[in-house]
Design a protein around this ligand. Structure first.
Ligand code: PRT
Ligand code: ZN
Length: 308
């Protein structure tokens, strides 16, 4: 591998080798048109269609690889990025990172959870307690903001069983569905950090032409995300009901309204067909409101491709 101090003309992106974010990160890169050849040791994806290579690593290593200039960008949970940033700051090491994109998946939260037989009366109750966590810096920052003096206990796994083992009194752990906490008789009481997968990068532009490659990749990624979130809403309505129907359409592109040949469906009623491209989901209640306003034959379709 090229030492970071030497010019490097290919962009290098770090993603999780396995685990929750690995597969979606690969899919994300593939949706940007990246194809690759995998190295024999399965630690490196050599990009074929773009000058972009992918390093497969543990998620905890991703921020450090970027901060040290070994990689340019990385796909990582905000929880890992924030903890790393606070640790680097506290130990006086340079290399600040920022979120270049939020990805909207891999959502979870770092939550404080207490045994379910206890009552939550507020942060003051934590004074003097031992709090098991894999995120001691993030927890310490939150405790500082609350003005509470408690003791973070660093555990790198199985944080949720610490109170039962007597290693800690309460925990600060990642939660998504909450079933792990429930299974361990713990109740989440405060959210310390909301997290999702992000693209992390340095807080400055990249050198040696790599910024241009990164811009191309991010442009494609933005397009791919928009496409994934896009849906075509189609409906039919009597022309007389259009005034009631149109304001209920979700915000999106300009709707297309086309006349329907008389007599084809509704016994000769003056009908129109309405199509609108929308970004984000279309809820059942929205469809029901439209139907009440006179629309029928409502349909929400996924969009496979788009070129304006
Ligand atoms: O091997 P490597 O170090 O790369 O992986 P890892 O084991 O450290 O991480 P991994 O793959 O478990 O998680 C990677 C990232 O996924 C995390 O850093 C978060 O950003 C994100 N993420 C999203 C989660 C969860 N949801 C999640 N639920 N990470 C962990 N969990 C844990 C949670 O702590 C609980 O113990 O999964 C368990 C199930 O959660 P519940 O609430 O659904 O029961
Ligand atoms: Zn990890």
């Amino acid at each position: 591998m090229t030492p970071p101090s030497q010019p490097r003309e290919r962009l290098r992106v770090a993603i999780q080798k396995s685990g929750r974010l690995g597969e979606p990160a690969r899919e994300l890169l593939a949706s940007c048109g990246l194809t690759w050849r995998e190295s024999r040791d399965r630690l490196f994806l050599y990009g074929e269609s773009l000058p972009v290579d992918v390093l497969l690593v543990r998620d905890d290593d991703i921020p450090g690889l970027i901060a040290d200039g070994v990689c340019d960008l990385g796909v990582v949970g905000r929880n890992v990025l924030v903890e790393h940033g606070l640790d680097r700051e506290a130990t006086g090491r340079p290399g600040r990172l920022t979120e270049w994109r939020r990805l909207g998946w891999g959502a979870c939260r770092l939550a404080l959870a207490i045994p379910e037989d206890q009552q939550w009366r507020g942060p003051d109750q934590l004074t003097g307690l031992r709090i098991a966590t894999s995120y001691p810096r993030t927890l310490a920052r939150w405790l500082g903001e609350q003005g509470v003096d408690a003791e973070p206990v660093l555990l790198n796994g199985s944080v949720e069983i610490a109170p039962r083992l007597g290693q800690a009194d309460v925990v600060a752990d990642l939660v998504s569905t909450g079933s792990t906490l429930r299974a361990n008789q713990l109740t989440p009481v405060v959210t310390i950090l909301e997290s999702e997968a992000v693209i992390a990068g340095p807080d400055h532009a990249l050198d040696d032409g790599r910024q241009e490659i990164a811009d191309l990749l991010l442009r494609r990624l933005d397009g791919a995300v928009r496409l994934k979130e896009s849906r075509l809403l189609m409906l039919r309505a009597g022309r007389a009901d259009l005034d009631a129907v149109m304001p209920l359409l979700p915000a999106g592109h300009e709707p297309t309204v086309l006349p329907v040949e008389r007599g084809s469906l509704d016994g000769g009623r003056d009908e129109v067909s309405v199509q609108v491209l929308v970004h984000g989901p279309v809820s059942w209640s929205r469809l029901e409101d439209l139907k009440r306003a006179g629309a029928h034959n409502l349909m929400v379709l996924p969009v496979e491709g788009m070129l304006a």
